[in-house]
Design a protein around this ligand. Structure first.
Ligand code: SF4
Length: 417
């Protein structure tokens, strides 16, 4: 079914007024995949390659006309046209599987960005799945300025990859990595999923061990969440056996896989700088850190989200409706949320405490008119939080229960607005 892009009733208009002027991150969403993985609940579709060009045309137009498109939905965009215009320092093209696109289409989007923003691009990331990578593409990516690949390895065990509906196999990982290196791309981030169907303690050790042996600059580990919106989630809900739904590791087993990863990655010299992310020193993702630090970013493409400091807004998810709206010269913005003081405080805690660096307690207390001293003392006494000077953080061994701890913190404070 095709959905129209429309601003939600009652939504306020987006205000492109960056509270923290300076650096800006850009995200471009490419919502196309070769097949649908069994556990996936993202708004991505399997479409004919004929749809790629019109979609990229729309993204380039949205980039070119972002000021007027936002104005057409009532945005105040004066902040971007003033001399204090922010400099774009990170670009992240994700999906979906953006590496499916012909390289010249990716180049066009990067060029549209360079032509319409002040850019000093330090980190340009492309999500790429192993089976989509070849020497010609990798060389074109490097020539377009991509200097970081988020590599969708997920597992080194073919049985698990097959059960999850992934298109690649272990051999593809070993074939693709040198191709990227030969093209001169030296900043590679491997993704692994803990908790895949058929995964065992032994097979997890294998995936983890092979990842470490390949020595990527960055590793992201996600704990499997079974979502009812996925084929696997539905099967689990209905008690069926498809997609190896009865061969999922238990939550306890998945948590133990994560804890093993924490130990092994630390021993291998990786720093855990966020709940799901480890890096060799200096290879932390600058772009993703903007999300956790609540720095401004703009998103282009279907379903892309933006954050100005004062508001969060999102484009409609349906790729065809998105492209139609943009090509008709309309805004594709579908939802806009004012970030109230209490929402901002929640974000500070939920996003800030995901990071190993923690949060500056005094700044947050002053900014939001709250006092944490009592609850922090209680949580610190039971080992749930650590305090170092003005910084508050979660101990590494408590990261997997971060939500519970943050909810405790929030419960204890009264927001004065
Ligand atoms: S490749 Fe990623 S976005 Fe595409 S179906 Fe699989 S999990 Fe979903």
């Amino acid at each position: 079914m095709r959905h129209a892009c429309r601003l939600e009733a009652g939504a306020t208009k987006p205000v492109l007024q960056f509270l923290s002027m300076g650096k800006l991150g850009i995200y471009i969403q490419v919502p196309f995949c070769q097949t649908k993985c069994t556990y996936c609940n993202f708004h991505t579709g399997v479409v004919s390659p004929g749809r790629f060009v019109p979609y990229v045309d729309a993204v380039c137009r949205e980039i070119r006309q972002h000021r007027s498109l936002l104005e057409s939905s009532g945005a105040r965009v004066s902040a971007l046209s003033a001399s204090g215009e922010p400099t774009v320092d990170t670009l992240y093209i994700g999906g979906g599987t953006p590496s499916l696109l012909e390289p010249h289409l990716l180049t066009r989007m990067v060029q549209a960005l360079r032509d319409n923003f002040t850019c000093q691009l330090h980190e340009v990331t492309l999500e790429a799945d192993p089976e989509t990578i070849d020497a010609e593409k990798a060389a074109a990516w490097a020539a377009a300025g991509f200097n970081r690949i988020s590599f969708g390895s997920q597992s080194f065990v073919d049985e698990e990859l097959k059960a999850a509906g992934r298109m690649h196999r272990r051999a593809d990982i070993y074939r693709a990595l040198p191709v990227l290196h030969d093209a001169g791309i030296r900043n590679i981030s491997f993704d692994l999923i803990a908790g895949l169907p058929k995964q065992t303690a032994l097979s997890w050790r294998q995936s983890l061990g092979e990842t470490i042996a390949l020595s990527p600059e960055h590793i992201s580990i996600y704990m499997m969440e079974i979502d009812e919106g996925s084929r696997l989630g539905l099967e689990v809900l209905q008690g069926g056996t498809r997609y190896s739904a009865r061969e999922l590791p238990s939550e306890e087993a998945t948590a133990s896989f994560y804890e093993l990863a924490q130990l092994q990655l630390k021993a291998a010299g990786y720093l855990q700088y966020e709940i799901s992310n480890w890096a060799k020193p200096g290879f932390e993702s600058r772009h993703n850190q903007k999300y956790w630090r609540r720095e401004p970013y703009l998103g282009f493409g279907a379903g892309a989200h933006s954050f100005s400091g004062a508001q969060r807004w999102a484009n409609c998810h349906d790729a065809a409706a998105y492209a139609a709206a943009i090509m008709e010269g309309k805004s594709a913005t579908e939802t806009v949320d004012e970030v109230t003081l209490s929402m901002a405080l929640e974000e500070e805690l939920f996003l800030g405490l995901r990071q190993a660096e923690g949060i500056e307690l005094r700044r947050i207390e002053a900014q939001y008119g709250v006092r944490f001293s009592e609850i922090v003392a209680q949580l610190a006494a039971s080992g749930m939080v650590e305090k170092e000077g003005a910084l508050l953080r979660l101990p590494a061994e408590k990261l997997s229960i971060s939500n519970e701890i943050i909810v405790e913190l929030l419960r204890a404070v009264q927001v004065s607005v």
